[in-house]
Design a protein around this ligand. Structure first.
Ligand SMILES: [Ca+2]
Length: 342
């Protein structure tokens, strides 16, 4: 039973939540942060000895970069949300220069016996919202990094063109792990199983351009609305996110999700719409360009996370701050588009 795993590709990021959890017991290697809202514990035990995060030459730097990313994400999340937990992630590696995949991540999920509803309980999200660890000692989620890509591992500087920003990418993956992820398969079935009417929290807010919700009040899927998942670019076509906070951050409009006309496993629906110029420079688009990439949440992304249940800190940034952030991101986006066109 696989919750789709979302990953970030060189030109495609996926998202993946996993349902079945193999028991992982191994050497748990650290990575917690002081006084932060989220802390992470990274388990490297599934890496091949001498490879990936355990590489004899690069392993220490890679582990340090991941710990640094965990701490930095913790600070970012804590700017906006009060939720707190230690998240245990199983960390794996691949090494494929030919793959368009950069990294992937997801949460484990459990089933609470309720046969219909948004009750596909993501372990990471649930832990942050309630403090309960639904799968006990097993890892709460997982993250994979493809070391076959050229990575920029220095948090103190932007990635140069020709390299991928490790921090933007890992933040993106962590955001999938905390709930920014659909549980709907390409054919419209639940990742929990064909015929099941159990969906992730994210799926509650999906709808087509006309406002028809994908998951209907009886928790069955509306095939006509789901067809918009391969509908094209927003704001004219495609799938949209109808959460109230996300819409408020988007001028009152539903937020376009990545809906290429040909379904892309792990990329479609679970990302902001890379094909929409207003959204394409944000962290949660499906494509990770090389060069400078966002390491901050946009107001829209903060809104999505609030819709998923996270509690806002008392003092949120003033609208002017958002405007400045968006202006900065817009500039990055223009560079990205120019780069892509080359
Ligand atoms: Ca656990």
């Amino acid at each position: 039973m696989n919750f789709p795993m979302q990953s970030r590709g060189r030109l495609s990021r996926l998202t993946h939540l996993m349902v079945s959890s193999g028991l992982v017991v191994g050497c748990l290697a650290f990575g917690s942060s002081a006084n932060a809202s989220i802390s992470f514990t990274f388990d490297y035990s599934d890496n091949t000895a001498g490879a990936g995060f355990l590489d004899a030459t690069f392993g220490v730097d890679r582990q340090n970069a991941l710990v640094t990313a965990g701490n930095a994400f913790s600070s970012l999340f804590g700017q906006y949300f009060t939720n707190s937990a230690n998240i245990v992630l199983k960390v794996t590696s691949s090494d494929d220069p030919q793959s368009s995949n950069l990294a992937s991540a997801g949460s484990e999920a459990t089933w609470d016996g309720v046969t219909s509803g948004f009750t596909y309980q993501e372990v990471v999200r649930n832990k942050l919202l309630t403090g309960t660890d639904l799968n006990d000692g097993a890892a709460d989620g997982s993250v994979n990094v493809n070391w076959g890509q050229p990575w920029h591992l220095d948090l103190s500087s932007e990635a140069p063109y020709g390299q991928y920003d490790f921090y933007s990418t890992v933040f993106h993956e962590f955001t999938h792990a905390i709930g920014f992820s659909s549980s709907i398969n390409q054919d419209g079935t639940s990742a929990f199983g064909a015929g099941e009417k159990v969906w992730s929290a994210f799926d509650e807010f999906l709808g087509d351009k006309n406002g028809n919700r994908v998951i209907q009040p009886d928790y069955s899927l509306d095939p006509a609305a789901w067809a918009a998942s391969t509908g094209g670019a927003s704001p004219a076509e495609g799938m949209f996110f109808y959460g109230a906070y996300a819409m408020a951050a988007n001028g009152g409009n539903p937020v376009g999700l990545y809906s290429p006309t040909t379904w892309e496993d792990g990329s479609s629906v679970s990302h902001l719409d890379t094909d929409n110029p207003a959204l394409e420079a944000m962290m949660m688009t499906h494509a990770g360009p090389d060069g400078p990439s966002p390491r901050v949440f946009s107001a829209v992304e903060v809104g999505v996370l609030r819709d998923l249940g996270y509690t806002a800190v008392a003092a949120v940034p003033e609208p002017e701050t958002y405007a400045m952030m968006l202006a900065g991101l817009g500039l990055v986006g223009w560079q990205v588009r120019r780069r892509r066109a080359a």
